[in-house]
Design a protein around this ligand. Structure first.
Ligand code: PEP
Ligand code: MN
Length: 340
């Protein structure tokens, strides 16, 4: 739309789009509003909209993904979860156990990561485990524990919704919904997550290309939910010196073509705790918008991913290292006044 387009002109274009059976996605930018059009099978004839009042130009987005592309929205996407700022110069630090194991365990670890400066708590209540005999998570009970610990510590929480049946419960108890690597191409789940009213943390699939990751995000955004954080968590390669290979190059690759924030999960890439800090530093240096790190105070007793969990002291060291590094790449690690 033109810079001086009035809101009724935007509404009029939206109406015209919808009358043709298409979806309209108005996105207000710093300078002007753009209206994404999706739902078309063939080419949308620009002449239908070009002459409507307030319209500046009608552009075809050349990528297969549309709404998540910088062609559609040049400015970085930023949003907040409570006080926590996402996508701007402030880094987002999420930390916590792989799995919620008990109220006491979750509260202990939440207090450790909060004291060290983490902004959000992570913890899985529904766990995607390779073996059906491994700990599968506490389920709804785990969600309730997360909500209680979140209340008591003031840390917003992110947790995985493993399938469509649990999206609503997860959205009720958590502040952000994680779609795990194994589910990155579960399209019904992506659509459902896009409707749940919470920001979505979308992890890259084990063998997904950047294009496939962005198309997965497009599913979420096409449902009207643009509050998405992408997450590079390591991909499957021939390398056997780490659990997965952190694809650091994916970070600048994504930032070049998409306005969505991207964070790194060094823990699932590393598989072993001694690699977590170096990988974290490399991700921040490469332009990641934040980190998600697994922390456990008794990793030898952890019910999942103990070998890659930082101990609280290790997480303190990691935070210190990232605090020193961040200004070199124009970033900072904010401290949000505690709400508890
Ligand atoms: C997790 O974050 O605990 C997890 C299972 O991650 P991923 O889906 O990346 O394996
Ligand atoms: Mn894990």
């Amino acid at each position: 739309m033109k810079m001086d387009a009035e809101s009724d002109m935007v509404e009029n274009v939206v109406r015209e789009v919808e009358e043709r059976g298409l979806k309209a996605h108005p996105i207000a930018g710093a300078q002007r509003t753009a209206i994404g059009i999706t739902g078309n099978i063939g080419v949308v004839e620009p002449a239908q909209f070009e002459n409507l009042p307030g319209v500046l130009e009608v552009l075809q987005v050349s990528h297969p993904y549309k709404l998540v592309s910088r062609e559609f929205k040049p400015e970085n996407t930023t949003f907040q979860i409570g006080k926590v700022k996402i996508g701007g110069p402030d880094l987002l630090i999420i930390a916590g156990p792989c799995s919620v194991e008990s109220y006491e365990q979750t509260l202990r670890i939440a207090n450790h990561v909060k004291d060290a400066g983490a902004h959000m708590l992570r913890g899985g209540a529904f766990k995607p485990r390779t073996s059906p005999y491994s700990f599968q998570g506490l389920g709804e009970e785990g969600l309730k524990i997360l909500a209680r610990v979140s209340q008591e510590t003031g840390l917003p929480v992110v947790t995985e919704a493993l399938d469509i049946d649990v999206v609503d419960a997860a959205a009720e108890h958590a502040d952000m919904i994680q779609i795990g690597a194994r589910n990155m191409q579960n399209y019904t789940l992506l659509k459902r997550a896009g409707q749940c009213g919470r920001p979505v943390l979308l992890k890259r699939g084990l063998s997904a290309t950047v294009t496939e990751l962005l198309l997965a995000a497009e599913y979420v955004m096409d449902q009207g939910n643009g509050q998405i954080v992408l997450c590079e968590r390591g991909i499957r390669t021939f390398a056997d010196h780490a659990r997965n290979t952190l694809d650091v190059a994916a970070i600048p690759a994504v930032k070049r073509i998409s306005h969505l924030p991207i964070i790194a999960d060094p823990s699932h890439a590393a598989g072993k705790r001694h690699k977590v800090a170096p990988l974290s530093r490399s991700a921040v240096a490469a332009g990641a918008d934040g980190l998600m790190v697994e922390v456990h105070d008794r990793p030898e007793e952890a019910l999942s991913d103990g070998a890659q969990a930082l101990r609280p002291a290790g997480f303190v060291e990691l935070m210190e290292a990232v605090r020193q590094l961040a200004p070199a790449v124009g970033r900072s690690i904010p401290t949000y006044a505690s709400s508890s």
